[in-house]
Ligand binder design. Structure first.
Ligand code: T46
Length: 142
């Protein structure tokens, strides 16, 4: 994992193979990602170029996202630091997002497929979907 002052970071998977035969990138729980994987889901088929997804933070769930084909932009915010990360062309590069990070996604292409690995099973009560509530939660002065 790349160390940054922000709580999110990039994960670089092994890329095994060659251009003639193609590549293979394995993900092993708790070593290639920093948590036990309890859920996998895919996001795909966004046809509207103005489509936005996300717009929330998590209380407990840690996730790593891989854009395995197409492209996507992630907009990240921990209440203090903001960063835009564009993903595409490198399916072996993942984006680790811990709890307490407001994240939105846009700039999908029709071919975009995102593979998400998550530390928790799906639970709507793990989501904060109000930005004001998120800011109150992460504010160091609250
Ligand atoms: C995240 C971003 C990047 C389930 O039933 N099971 C699941 O595992 C998930 C992830 C979602 N759902 C249901 C809940 C909603 O009725 O699928 C529907 C769409 O979910 P949501 O509006 O949360 O989708 P996104 O793309 O805005 O957010 C998703 C993840 O939910 C979220 O954890 O970090 O992708």
């Amino acid at each position: 994992m790349t160390e940054t002052k922000e709580p999110w970071s990039l994960v670089r998977l092994k890329k095994i193979g060659d251009p003639a035969r193609g590549f293979l990138s394995p993900v092993e729980t708790q070593s290639d990602v920093p948590f036990k994987i309890n859920r996998v889901y895919f996001i795909y088929g966004a046809n509207d170029p103005k489509a936005e997804r996300g717009g929330h933070s998590h209380l407990k769930t840690e996730q790593v996202f891989f854009c395995v084909t197409g492209q996507v932009a992630f907009h990240l915010d921990d209440g203090e630091n903001q960063q835009d990360i564009f993903m595409g062309e490198s399916p072996n590069i993942g984006l680790y997002i811990p709890p307490g990070v407001w994240h939105t996604m846009d700039n999908f292409s029709h071919s975009t497929v995102i593979v998400a690995l998550a530390s928790e099973r799906y639970n709507e009560s793990d989501y904060i979907r109000s930005y004001d509530e998120f800011l109150k939660k992460v504010s160091k002065h609250a």
